[in-house]
Ligand binder design. Sequence first.
Ligand code: ATP
Length: 324
Amino acid sequence: MTDTITVIPGDGIGQEVVPVAVSVLDEVGEFAFEEYDAGDAVQAETGEALPAETRRAVEGSDATLFGAAGETAADVILPLRAAVESFVNVRPARAYPGVDALRPETDIVFLRENTEGVYAGHENRLSDDLSTLTRVVTDSASRRLAEFACDYVADGGGEFTVAHKANVMRETDGRFREAVLDVAEERGVPTDEVLMDAFATQVCLSPSAFDIVVCPNLAGDVLSDLAAGLVGGLGLLPSANIGEERALFEPVHGTAPDIAGEGVANPVATVSSAAMCCEFLGHDEGAERVRQAVLEVLADGPRTPDLGGEATTEDVERALLDRL
Ligand code: ATP
């Protein structure tokens, strides 16, 4: 059966790296691709950063591959994550053989709550002097994330660590912590916990102490970017926004305006996101082939300038397709 994947390259280097991921997917499976617009460029043209037809396409397809959006990112990615009813953002951060990494032993998967926390959108300007933000934490979202984490551990073994700041945000992170640990106990999954500020230090000094890290929304965003620095940069990190029925895959990086249009963006983060997409759609063998090709190309080159090489995006694309 042919799976349809909605493709949204978006802005900046999204336009350069998403086509690479599409040609890689095309090489390993039977997929139909339907391309839609979102982001700054379509906003400038039509007044809408996320056209209704794009949103409808995402709501109607099992899987979406997204690149990046610039100034309009919050108007695009938050509704898109909602469109797939995504409750967890999976962000693997692993170092690759052959790539210069600050911490080559890093191999961590962040499972980030994806619907609430301080990103729930409740900000207010109350006066010329005062703005406020309401943080939202529910038992249901925290437990759903924990169930996913337990399934994730059941698939791969090990334990997970909950990162939180419940010693200060006693009510909100207290609830998050308690809900996650309760589910883990019910499911018999071993866990550990760490204060998120201490985690930021520990992960730099000793990344191999962590395997799977479960975090609230903002913490997961920041800490996984920090981990990107340990493994060789943002050009490598994929992510998956998983819902009960649909999912959206995107690189952790943004539009990289400093290099956009130069043809030197590293496509690996997006290609690895495509591998996660393949797996989500049940094409495990295709996903494994893509991962293997990425491993080999990163080890042997060519490499883009962010990894110290001189290759173009197209050189890396050709090398990946050759391996496949
Ligand atoms: P945005 O506002 O869209 O998030 P940004 O510049 O703030 O853009 P990123 O796009 O994530 O954030 O880029 C941060 C830095 O990492 C930039 O210097 C960028 O060039 C670099 N970078 C990000 N992604 C890649 C990539 N795929 N290949 C090479 N360099 C990248």
